[in-house]
Design a protein around this ligand. Structure first.
Ligand code: TYD
Ligand code: MG
Length: 488
């Protein structure tokens, strides 16, 4: 006799309770009770995790495997790139992003792309079928064979979704969103840890058991992580994050976990009147449009996965008022910025300890690649000296704690992309031959941040006043002194 019922299980010690309580009576931990479906067989109380009908046989590792499943293209090449070449049949994907970023639009377009490969079940707990239809018309899925192959199911019950999917197996099931889904056996509200976890588990069984790819849409919390239990991210095969600048049109797609491909690839899409489209030239997308060189602006040649990307770094430094100077970074890791400020002050004579510092990347991009360091450091120095850096120059290199420039991977690829986009000069870490490349880029190797500053700004960092620039240099000198005071 198999009977499903719900219990509240402490996530810290595993104790079971019939009702929710704020504190576990066994281990005294707070807020650890999660409503969970348990399947109780007569005489066997603790079989919670086991599910009926699931059997597995050990097989030798050398056993011939089935041919690897063909991936299903999503219709958006940029997304395929991030996924590693399309959706793997029977896989479970999670797509996360802030409200309004375009998750529903993305999954609807994916549904449109996959429709030709065996139909799509689009389950929505957030919108009505009529609302989906309006959006479909916007993205060009108003009518036609693709629209015929997509069925919309407005429900928040996971049971209804799995039932419909098993009755007429599609190639893909979309669930928008996992936080609106519930299972009958649990009383907790949609979005609670227990409901989200159990819903995801059942949809995983559908994916793995029936070989139907399932895409879950997930909301993110204020701190940017996907709402719900951490186990949600462990459960799925890939987590795709959709981001972009608020108010901007650029949408960036990245995998933070991917069992079927790399997590380094970046997809670049544009949100327009007809939904998400590919950007014609992603290499150019993160270069701000302005005429002439501006102080504080430096172009970095970075590498995102296999794609070289030229990104404009912008920095602004201004003498701080009272109190602690401000440090604001957008698209750049704040601890990386702090480190670069310290290295600039102590190793290159560019003290910014008494200045407010703002640094950001054009286009709402976030980059964690170390090759960006040099461009950020040069942008800060350029802003402090109010002296522009030649706008046909790109910077490549990681900055070490001793002020040395460290080599980074893929310099040739970065240089080729820079040449393609019309840049003529590159400051790169030493160890590489100087001179002009075949593409016509003048390569300037620099061993240290000081050398790089000299190459970019035409003088050394802060070795005392220079002729013809006394007023400015005294500001720099005062800054170095105050910077040393703050640091030391
Ligand atoms: P949506 O996909 O509903 O976002 P999410 O599901 O992540 O909350 O779309 C959000 C925004 O995208 C919305 O403000 C309208 C805009 N949008 C367009 O600009 N063009 C379009 O073709 C579509 C469908 C939406
Ligand atoms: Mg939505």
């Amino acid at each position: 006799m198999v009977r499903a019922q719900s219990r509240f299980i402490c996530q810290a010690c595993g104790a079971e309770f019939l009702r929710w309580e704020g504190q576990c009576r066994t281990c005294a931990a707070w807020n650890t009770l999660v409503e969970t479906v348990v399947i109780a067989r007569a005489g066997d109380r603790r079989s919670g995790a086991r599910r009926p009908g699931v059997t597995a046989e050990p097989v030798p590792l050398s056993a011939p495997s089935e041919a690897p499943a063909r991936r299903i293209p999503t219709g958006l090449r940029e997304l395929d790139r991030v996924l590693g070449g399309g959706i793997v049949p029977g896989s479970l994907l999670l797509i996360g992003g802030e409200p309004g970023v375009g998750k529903s639009t993305l999954v609807l377009q994916v549904a449109g792309g996959v429709a030709a490969f065996g139909g799509v079940l689009y389950a929505t707990g957030e919108e009505s079928a009529a609302q989906i239809r309006l959006r479909a018309a916007r993205v060009g899925l108003g009518a036609g064979p693709a629209a015929d192959a997509i069925s919309v199911l407005a429900t928040s019950e996971v049971g209804a979704i799995t039932e419909a999917a098993r009755a007429h197996p599609p190639a893909l099931v979309v669930v928008d969103s996992i936080q609106t889904m519930t299972v009958d056996e649990l009383d907790g509200p949609a979005g609670s840890v227990g409901q989200v976890r159990e819903s995801a588990l059942r949809l995983m069984e559908l994916a793995k058991g029936d070989g139907i790819a399932v895409v879950l849409v997930g909301h993110v919390t204020k701190d940017g992580s996907i709402a719900g239990p951490r186990t949600l991210e462990h459960l799925v095969d890939a987590v795709i994050e959709v981001g972009g600048e608020r108010g901007g049109v650029m949408r960036l797609v990245r995998a933070s976990k991917n069992r079927f491909g790399s997590t380094d690839e970046l997809g670049v899409l544009e949100m327009g009147e007809g939904g998400l489209t590919e950007v014609a030239d992603p290499g150019r997308a993160f270069l701000a449009e302005h005429d002439g060189a501006a102080p504080g602006s430096v172009v970095a040649a970075t590498l995102e996965g296999s794609r070289p990307l030229l990104i404009e770094v912008q920095a602004l430094v201004a003498p701080a008022g009272y109190g602690t100077p401000a440090r604001r970074a957008s698209g750049i890791d704040p601890t990386r910025l702090a480190l670069l400020l310290a290295v600039l002050g102590r190793r290159a004579g560019v003290g910014l300890g008494a200045h407010d510092v703002y640094a950001n990347l054009a286009g709402g991009l976030t980059v964690a690649e170390p090759g960006l360091d040099l461009a950020v450091a040069l942008a800060l120095a350029s802003s402090l000296r109010d002296r522009p850096i030649d706008r046909h120059t790109v910077a490549i290199g990681e900055v070490g704690l001793l002020g040395e420039l460290r080599p980074v991977a893929g310099v040739d690829r970065r240089l080729r992309e820079a040449a393609r986009l019309g840049f003529t000069r590159a400051i790169v870490p030493a160890g590489r031959q100087g001179g002009t490349t075949d593409d016509g880029i003048d390569v300037v190797p620099a061993g240290s941040l000081r050398d790089a500053l000299a190459a970019a700004l035409g003088s050394s960092g802060g070795r005392g006043p220079r002729d013809g620039d006394p007023g400015f240099e005294s500001v720099v000198q005062a800054t170095i002194e105050s910077g040393t005071r703050v640091l030391g």
